[in-house]
Design a protein around this ligand. Structure first.
Ligand code: SF4
Length: 361
């Protein structure tokens, strides 16, 4: 029933100032959470089968787990899911937590690694409250190079206060130099209840647009989604692409969300509640809301929708959206590229996806 599996490891060494993901810095319940994650996956597989296409371990910081904990987690996942049958197994990593021993374990199980760097410039990382040294970043890159994991992503953040075009070009060049096959560039946003929000800093929108265009025109990584770039199609993240096109998702772990093809449910944002199966949030979505959402989310990709792809999910619905796009294009002529068989957003349209989505829905 579920095609994609997400596991949330909700522990971090220190909370970054911009981060609104659920994670805690007290790891005292880490072993209990891992045991519960494995129990939950076993239960779900008994109920719903285990034909997953992708597995993504995010957080939090999955590579914060000790070697023993990583081995426990992956050995059990392999036992339940037979990992070699999955197309893609990704794990998020933070440079300062990677060791030779952990990379050796991961090499046995994962085929994609996504490393959060955010900026190679220590001063900019400091503004983000990102606790990591240049030395840890270069050591982590060396460890990855010396491993069998050849598909690896680096995350960057742009529009950091005081960041110049030259700073961002230097960051992208470092990602190329590192031999990454994939680049994710996220526009800094100030999320409520983060340390950055408390500092009352603001984002320079003009700077943000300029740096976005630098990423789009970088000439090495090809954009395939508003924030995602790969050296070629083979290295695009399969897990995310499946989700953007409305694929089903089983989310395991605190704060993890699932989508069963009809509705969404999210585990509690509390370790204790998660351990006791409490406070799960069920989000009942109408058929039309779900169709709108799937249409809009995949418009964030450069491929957008073809008539045949969309109608394979929603027969006869393509013309409904085509008519809406024609209307929106009268207001925003530079945002759309469409004809009777395809709809995509231009790179400028992608940048203003929020406005496009609210106009469409
Ligand atoms: S950005 Fe990543 S490492 Fe930093 S607090 Fe959030 S989840 Fe943890």
């Amino acid at each position: 029933m579920f095609e994609n599996l997400y596991i949330h490891i909700p522990f971090c060494r220190k909370k970054c100032d911009y981060c609104a993901f659920f994670s805690v810095t007290d790891y005292s319940q880490c072993d209990k959470v891992l045991t519960k994650i494995i129990e939950d996956i076993r239960k779900q597989c008994e109920l719903n089968g285990k034909k997953f296409d992708t597995l993504y371990l995010g957080g939090g910081t999955p590579t914060l787990l000790s070697e023993k904990q990583l081995e426990y987690l992956f050995a059990n996942l392999d036992d339940i899911l037979t990992l070699k049958n999955l197309s893609e197994i990704s794990i998020e990593a933070n440079p300062e937590t990677l060791t030779k021993g952990k990379i050796a374990i991961l090499s046995n199980y994962v085929n994609r690694l996504s490393m959060g760097v955010q900026s190679f410039n220590a001063d900019l990382r400091k503004i983000l409250g990102r606790d990591c040294s240049n030395q840890a970043i270069s050591q982590a890159i060396d460890l990855i190079h010396n491993s069998s994991i050849k598909n690896f992503n680096i995350d960057l953040i742009y529009a950091i206060p005081s960041q110049t075009a030259a700073d961002f070009i230097a960051d992208i060049n470092e990602v190329k130099k590192a031999g990454a096959t994939h680049l994710s560039c996220y526009n800094l946003t100030i999320e409520e209840q983060t340390a950055l929000a408390a500092k009352e800093i603001s984002i320079d929108e003009d700077n943000s647009c300029e740096l976005y265009q630098i990423a789009v025109n970088n000439g090495y990584f090809k954009q395939y989604e508003v924030s995602n770039y790969a050296i070629n199609e083979q290295y695009q993240c399969r897990h995310n692409k499946n989700i953007w096109r409305g694929g089903t998702l089983l989310g395991i772990g605190p704060a993890a969300s699932s989508f069963d093809g009809k509705n969404r449910f999210t585990q509690s944002y509390s370790i204790d509640n998660y351990l006791h199966d409490k406070a799960i949030d069920y989000d009942i979505i109408s058929k039309i809301e779900r169709r709108n959402e799937i249409f809009a989310v995949n418009l964030r990709t450069c491929a957008g929708w073809t008539r045949s792809d969309f109608e394979s999910i929603y027969p006869d619905a393509f013309d409904f959206y085509l008519a809406k796009i024609r209307e929106s294009a009268k207001i925003y002529p530079d945002f759309f590229d469409y004809d009777s068989n395809h709809i995509t957003l231009t790179s400028q349209g992608l940048l203003f996806w929020d406005e496009v989505a609210s106009e469409l829905l």
